[in-house]
Write a protein of this length. Structure first.
Length: 340
């Protein structure tokens, strides 16, 4: 399969990736907070739409609709074209029907209403939590209504790791041991024909962004003793994403936080460890422009030294099939129209 590129409009990143985000594989962009990872992600979505394709952003930090889109949409439209549609996709759990030929799914809310009526009729006492637990058991599948086929930036708010894994075809439940260890248990064999597969297939999207991958895993697995479950969850999610890359020829971008060694503050590594490190064939670190990652022992070459600004950013090669780690970097700058 030929590896096409999706230009982002960020000169440094597009140069370091030989023309843009590579399709058919996973690209990681990591860094500390407030450096612009989400701005760059939204910009990549707008650039994809401008090229005639849709983009999907899995918003795990629930920041896009609350402030990122309202503040950034006008500038990005000025740059990439007015009228770019940014819409939120609503996922709803639906029961698994006995008759697979039925085209009209029963929604989870309809199931809750029906259960409530039946229990009330029988005189059985219940609470909202009882109804929710029963409905979740009977509604293992996701359904999404997709309106229109015009290219757009589609947002899915996914703060919960269990919901995120279900979107990827893995039905799991979280358990906590007596010692406080968080574990994941598979409730059924993972399926490839997931809700995410359905969305990409029907919208012909060419870009899938996880922003960020760190957030739901950090909130679910906060302790070192939870690392086995975290690694298992990451592996299930990323293996599914990798298959989507290959089948649909899409580019997948994963943003993640930086893990900093308190003793060696200069040693910043991407959250996700070896599991994510194996899956992401391209990895870049986003830093402040003045943050030096090179040294006499490990010299690095700037691809565009003329673009350096004191308040700018630097994008470093952390992993690249054709470049040594931290051997190359580029300068990038942000304004109301995004990264340049």
């Amino acid at each position: 399969m030929q590896m096409d590129r999706i230009p982002t409009g960020c000169r440094a990143l597009d140069t370091l990736t030989d023309g843009g985000l590579p399709t058919g594989t996973i690209t990681q962009i990591f860094g500390e907070k407030a450096l612009g990872k989400s701005i760059l992600s939204l910009q990549a979505g707008f650039a994809t739409v401008a090229a005639g394709n849709s983009a999907i952003i899995l918003d795990t930090e629930q920041s896009y609709l609350s402030y990122l889109v309202p503040y950034r949409k006008a500038g990005l439209e000025k740059r990439y074209g007015a009228g770019t549609e940014v819409k939120e996709l609503k996922l709803e759990r639906v029961p698994r029907r006995q008759d697979k030929r039925s085209k009209q799914p029963i929604t989870r809310s309809e199931l809750v209403t029906s259960l409530s009526g039946t229990l009330t009729k029988l005189g059985i006492a219940y609470t909202d939590n009882h109804l929710s637990a029963i409905a979740n058991i009977l509604s293992p599948e996701f359904h999404v209504e997709l309106d229109g086929k015009d290219p757009s930036v589609m947002l899915l708010q996914m703060p919960d790791i269990i919901e995120m894994l279900a979107l990827h075809g893995s039905e799991t439940e979280k358990t906590v041991s007596e010692g406080g260890r968080v574990e994941l248990r598979l409730k059924s064999t993972p399926v490839y024909q997931s809700a995410l597969h359905q969305i990409i297939e029907q919208t012909h999207a060419k870009l899938l962004i996880y922003d960020s991958l760190s957030a739901p895993f950090k909130s679910t697995f906060p302790n070192t003793q939870d690392l086995p479950a975290r690694s298992a969850g990451l592996a299930m999610l990323l293996s599914h994403a990798q298959r989507l890359c290959v089948e649909f020829g899409i580019a997948v971008v994963v943003t993640s936080h930086a893990s900093i060694d308190p003793i060696k503050a200069w040693d910043r590594r991407p959250y996700g460890g070896v599991t994510l490190g194996h899956e992401a064939k391209f990895s870049f670190e986003l830093t402040k422009s003045g943050a030096k990652r090179a040294s006499k022992e490990n010299p690095a070459t700037a691809i565009n030294p003329e673009d350096e600004r004191e308040d700018g950013r630097a994008i470093w090669v952390q992993r690249h099939p054709a470049m040594a780690d931290y051997s190359m970097f580029g300068f990038a700058n942000i304004d109301q129209e995004g990264f340049h």
